[in-house]
Design a protein around this ligand. Structure first.
Ligand code: NAI
Length: 395
């Protein structure tokens, strides 16, 4: 008897209907053998996913990971898909996490795992606060340091292109002690090498999207003279990184490393790697010239061809889109959280401050104020001293 037929598949729910969510559905159902439901509350996504998957016999991932998975149920109503889930994955920009967690928490079964791909900064503070409000201390949290794939939907509900796959991805859990369980499970569902981050604080500081995206936006556009771009002059986002831009990224990474060295007396923060080291570890087979930070960006085929975010301001004329995720997600849900942690640790972060000052002006949020409304900083969840931060992190 084939033993695989006797093992009950893991029932998971993917929350979201975007690029990463559809990649996860194809891979977890098609390769990971999971029974996959989708919670898609946004706009008409549940209907479109149902139509697309019916037409195509499932969602297909193409490119660097070929899989096809048929979701079991798709709904915009959490009560229809969340009950019975062993793992719930939030695969959406960080600004959607709170609304999703508020909606799904009443339907979570005992000891369910709920996690975010990627976690970005401060996911644990926000999620813990929502779970506490619902009196659900049994629910377990996990987060990934990054989305494992660089991916774009090709045909909604039918196919998603995987442009790049990270070689290894870190996971953290709360309780931290249970990280090995999640590491093993995710490895088999995602078909990837997973490593452990010792705690969620490490994951927040190790989020490199917070450095790369606002850092490159700052380097490309802080000196922008307001003249519109034409389609053919829109800069490549990663591949046009120059020496000055690479120096900004290096200094952002150095600021994070100072926070890490300060807190490392108290916590295991070995997952918080310098940016250059992270790139080489994540893309060992994609980077043609690993010699410098700049060359590791411009010669990384997973980044090839991706352009800077723009909005059309007149026919054929483009301006930088400062409301795009590279700023609107990665500064308030990334860099600002690490900066607030640095404040609790008493560590100065000069380049982070410079980039946040500029990004905050574009987004009209004071990102240097650790108590600015909506930021997932420890301070906004009642943590005002280093001792409290360490206690929360060690729970
Ligand atoms: P996406 O833009 O495709 O996802 C948007 C989806 O999020 C929407 O389709 C909707 O389902 C959900 N959503 C958005 N706002 C919502 C709201 N208010 N309420 C409920 N649901 C809402 O994003 P993508 O590309 O899947 O990325 C997901 C995360 O992964 C983001 O944090 C992104 O920065 C990160 N990431 C994505 C990469 C990629 O190649 N796609 C690469 C690395 C990181």
């Amino acid at each position: 008897m084939d033993v695989r037929n006797t093992v009950k598949p893991i029932k998971i729910t993917v929350c979201g209907g975007g690029n990463g969510a559809q990649a996860l559905v194809a891979i977890a159902a098609g390769l990971g053998g999971c029974e996959v439901d989708i919670y898609a509350p946004f706009a008409d996504e549940a209907d479109r996913l149902r139509q697309g998957t019916n037409r195509n016999g499932g969602i297909e991932s193409v490119g660097m990971a070929a899989a096809r998975g048929m979701p079991h149920r798709i709904s915009a109503d959490p009560s229809a898909v969340i009950p019975g889930s062993e793992i719930v994955f939030l695969v959406a920009p960080a600004f959607a996490h709170k609304a999703m967690l508020d909606a799904i928490t009443p339907y979570l079964g005992a000891k369910t795992w709920v996690g975010a791909l990627p976690a970005r900064g401060g996911f644990d503070y926000a999620a813990f606060s929502i779970l506490t409000a619902h009196k659900r201390p049994d629910v377990r949290l996990f987060g990934l340091q990054t989305l494992p794939w660089s991916c774009r939907i090709e045909k909604y509900g039918e196919s998603v292109r995987i442009l790049g796959i990270k070689s290894i991805v870190d996971v953290a859990t709360r309780p931290a002690i249970q990280v090995e369980e999640m590491q093993q499970t995710l490895q088999s569902i995602l078909g990837l090498s997973m490593d452990k981050a010792a705690n969620f604080l490490a994951l927040t500081l190790a989020n490199v999207g917070q450095l790369i995206h606002p850092g490159i936006m700052y380097s490309l556009f802080a000196g922008w003279d307001g003249k519109p771009y034409r389609a053919e002059t829109i800069p490549l986002f990663y591949q046009s990184l120059n020496e000055k831009g690479a120096a900004i990224l290096q200094q952002l990474s150095d600021d994070i490393q100072h926070v890490r060295s300060h807190l490392t007396h108290y916590l295991d923060l070995s997952a918080v790697r310098p940016l250059h080291e992270w790139l080489l570890r994540s893309y060992p087979n994609d980077i043609a010239d690993p010699s410098t930070l700049r060359s590791a960006f411009v010669s990384n085929r997973a980044y090839a061809g991706l352009k800077a975010p723009m909005q059309e301001v007149a026919p054929g004329e483009y301006a930088p889109d400062f409301k795009a995720r590279y700023l609107a997600e990665d500064a308030p849900y990334g860099l600002a959280i690490s900066r607030a942690i640095a404040q609790l640790a008493g560590v100065r972060t000069p380049m982070i401050d410079e980039v946040l000052r500029w990004a905050g002006a574009r987004l009209e949020i004071d990102l240097l104020d650790s108590q600015a409304p909506g930021l997932r900083t420890p301070q906004n969840y009642g943590i005002h001293h280093l001792k409290e931060l360490l206690e929360f992190t060690s729970d």
